[in-house]
Design a protein around this ligand. Structure first.
Ligand SMILES: Nc1ncnc2c1ncn2[C@@H]1O[C@H](COP(=O)(O)OP(=O)(O)OP(=O)(O)O)[C@@H](O)[C@H]1O
Ligand SMILES: Nc1ncnc2c1ncn2[C@@H]1O[C@H](COP(=O)(O)OP(=O)(O)OP(=O)(O)O)[C@@H](O)[C@H]1O
Ligand SMILES: [Mg+2]
Ligand SMILES: [Mg+2]
Lengths: 259, 259
């Protein structure tokens, strides 16, 4: 099983879209894929028709049981989606209270890593969708993943914010054996605007080593896909956005064998 | 002095862009405007050239002093921007630790409201830019504002998430004398896509009372403006995005006299 996290403290950069698009493709290609929604706002959870306010058992249950010292078989809280081979660990709005509840209590940074270990034989791929905030949930994802994807909009302010995200990554990286490999994924690229071209070449120059050589273009069909609860990579594999995510997945899987 | 908050738990919907655009216009029209950055990621702070990692005195200082029981003259931590009549209370990345530090400590929900009261004679307008997360910072903004603006992208998933934001608002509203008035602002409207048209008419039907009758259209010049650290409403007042924010400001100011 290989686990990836998708994170960026900046909001609206395509974290959930990246998670859904790659997860859909992994299932389509015959793998068993699990998506994990760590965002209290629950975009991924509501994408697949579950309600984050209803408190469907999910990620929050994992932390609750840990605090109560009770055991839990993770398989019992995994939900299915309409897509064959694609399952989901749901978020709930209660996750927003987790940082306050846990405070500086020790040992809460590895809850997710231990859960994924228990699911190791059930799935080939796991992708964790992070909230746009550095807190216990993002820390759990960075501790549990083998590789981190950082979607970044191709615009000036988003790149300024990237430096802060990379400092967080290097902080976590030092505390992990073998560090934390990451890939910057340029998203929402609109080749018609000068600002996007400048931003992209700045990104490629400044972070050459860790930036994917492709781009995810602007494609308004992503917004429409969220209405049909089906990843664009499945409903319209020929769309520009879908083809770009397929290239990204090919590249990542090729890299995995090298790393 | 009239204080507005701009909030939505969904990321990347145009909260910071709305804050900068309206604040810029208020200053241009001769008012004294203060912008407050409550997002640990500090988009608004870095928009005006300050670094949220450097720990420039700002919002975090307010909470720190309160916890230490020390007084602070808010005027001492307000920063100027390049724009005449537009000042800024900066964010810092340390704000991300606030929820953990404060836990369930009482009395931390009114720190911002009391700060704004102390600045009442210095400014005509205040706009608070919220992080995409329900926590102590958003709660402070909802307690301190007279009116709440909720930017919502005109797309399906964003509208599903709006129901959650409105439930948060009605929760806070019950605890305030006279409730909390709010306006939903449709943003990033792309009239060419069917999904956007359907989403907008759904928004107008379901939330007719509290939705602004206009729209903020998609305008790629917003991204370019963030590179010049000047609000689009000042650098290109004739751009379609700027004109839309000017209409919104006119409508809100007209409403303020009625409310
Ligand atoms: N390549 C793209 N082209 C056009 N629209 C896109 C693209 N990727 C994502 N979007 C749209 O942009 C919006 C934000 O995307 P998404 O919700 O995936 O971002 P996010 O980073 O997960 O946001 P949050 O910070 O709230 O978690 C959505 O409306 C989505 O449909
Ligand atoms: N009307 C618009 N048309 C086109 N682009 C826009 C528009 N409004 C905002 N943007 C762009 O969309 C991105 C997100 O906007 P912004 O940062 O203001 O959202 P936000 O809600 O403050 O995000 P966060 O959740 O991270 O705080 C930015 O790149 C901004 O330039
Ligand atoms: Mg998301
Ligand atoms: Mg913002």
């Amino acid at each position: 099983m290989i686990a990836w996290a998708v994170a960026n403290q900046k909001g609206g950069v395509g974290k959930t879209t990246t998670t859904v698009s790659l997860g859909g493709l992994q299932a389509k290609r015959g793998g068993r894929a699990l998506l994990v929604d760590l965002d209290p706002h629950g975009s991924l959870t509501s994408y697949f028709g579950y309600d984050p306010e209803e408190g469907v058992p999910g990620v929050y249950t994992l932390f609750q049981r840990r605090v109560q010292g009770k055991t839990l078989a993770p398989r019992d809280i995994v939900q299915s989606t309409r897509i064959e081979g694609l399952d989901l660990l749901c978020a709930s709005t209660a996750l927003a209270t987790l940082d306050r509840q846990l405070g500086n209590r020790d040992g809460m940074g590895l809850v997710l890593a231990q859960t994924l270990k228990a699911l190791e034989s059930d799935y080939d791929h796991v992708i964790m969708d992070c909230p746009p905030m550095l807190g216990v949930l993002m820390v759990n994802a960075l501790a549990a993943c083998e590789h981190l994807l950082i979607p970044v909009q191709t615009e000036f302010l988003a790149i300024k914010g990237l430096e802060r995200m990379l400092r967080t990554v290097s902080m976590v990286s030092r505390s992990r054996k073998g560090g934390l490999k990451h890939t910057i994924v340029p998203t929402m690229y609109d080749q018609r605007t000068r600002a996007a071209n400048e931003a992209l070449s700045h990104l490629r120059k400044t972070y050459a080593e860790q930036t994917w050589k492709g781009v995810i273009p602007v494609d308004t069909r992503f917004r429409e896909a969220s209405q049909q609860a089906t990843p664009l990579t499945l409903s319209r594999p020929g769309a520009r956005g879908s083809r770009a995510y397929a290239h990204l997945l090919d590249w990542l899987e090729g890299k995995m064998t090298q790393w």
